[in-house]
Design a protein around this ligand. Structure first.
Ligand SMILES: *[C@@H]1O[C@H](CO)[C@@H](O)[C@H](O)[C@H]1NC(C)=O
Length: 289
């Protein structure tokens, strides 16, 4: 995890933005780096304090290392890091790119202190993924290997604990396995029980913003970026968040948040995490003020 604070603000409230990222490393799938995002935010919001967090490594590095990580453990490490940072004590805004979107939501649900104000999920997979449609980078044999592991053993304990992608693998054809054995995603999405603490904490947010990339060729199904997913029992038809049981039973407080005007759904042209500075400044930066 890299953790760097750019510069301190002399007065007023600190409003740092923590960028949490996985699978968006320089060597991976896109030209974005946390460094360039940080710079963009700093230029757009003078005096802002940006904390950038890197969780894990890229798919490729993870795979090459042969060993991976337990997301639940990483989330709790980040929580303690945030709790110890005096600059964050009055609250902070959080922006997560790709997998960072769902990991930061776990932080909001599990760690209410310091308080997260606005959560922005940029291309996050809030309902997980089912498929690896386009393999990032050149190492397609590595993706083939990952896909095979996921299809055969995504819900075994060992794969769950060590393969990041498995921790948000959502197989609609094996819904019972998913619900029972997914250690990360099924937990934060209240698939086994309704944890009232999660529901209460998420509703403490002022805003939960979800950005979807309309030509996303990396995330499957792309509906997951707006918290939708494939309907259970098949792998073709999708449903929106509003059509889901999660929403209808309001197991996570999302229906209540939408009624309070706290959910914003943004769509943008482009492939996964492909956006212009202009778009970023016009659509996302206003949430950071
Ligand atoms: C609910 O979430 C809180 C916060 O992470 C946790 O401490 C607690 O053990 C969870 N309860 C259940 C029933 O999972």
């Amino acid at each position: 995890i890299t953790h760097c604070i750019s510069h301190a603000m002399s007065d007023s409230v600190y409003r740092p933005c923590s960028c949490f990222c996985l699978n968006t490393g320089d060597s991976c799938c896109n030209p974005l780096s946390m460094g360039s995002i940080k710079k963009m935010i700093e230029e757009a919001v003078p005096g802002i304090d940006v904390l950038s967090l890197m969780i894990g490594k890229t798919v490729i590095q993870d795979t090459e290392n042969g060993f991976f990580m337990d997301v639940n453990e990483q989330v709790s490490m980040v929580c303690s890091q945030l709790a110890q940072d005096p600059k964050l004590k009055d609250g902070y805004n959080a922006m997560g790119f790709s997998q960072g979107g769902q990991f930061l939501r776990a932080v909001a649900q599990r760690c209410p202190s310091p308080p997260m104000k606005t959560l922005i999920s940029v291309g996050g997979q809030q309902q997980g993924v089912y498929g690896l449609p386009r393999c990032p980078g050149e190492s397609s044999h590595i993706c083939d290997w990952i896909r095979k592991e996921l299809n055969s053993g995504a819900y075994t304990d060992i794969v769950q604990k060590h393969l990041v992608q498995a921790q948000y693998w959502h197989d609609p054809l094996n819904d019972d396995l998913y619900k029972k054995h997914s250690l990360f995603l099924a937990d934060i999405n209240q698939e086994r029980v309704v944890n009232e603490t999660y529901k209460k904490n998420l509703q403490l947010l002022d805003k939960f913003v979800m950005v979807k990339f309309l030509q996303d060729s990396v995330v499957d199904p792309v509906d997951t970026e707006w918290f939708g997913f494939l309907k259970t029992g098949q792998a073709k038809e999708t449903e929106t968040l509003q059509e889901s049981v999660l929403y209808k039973e309001d197991r996570l407080g999302l229906a209540a948040m939408e009624a309070d005007g706290k959910l914003d759904f943004l769509a943008t042209e482009g492939d996964h995490l492909q956006f212009t500075d202009e778009w970023f400044n016009a659509k996302l930066v206003p949430y950071l003020h």
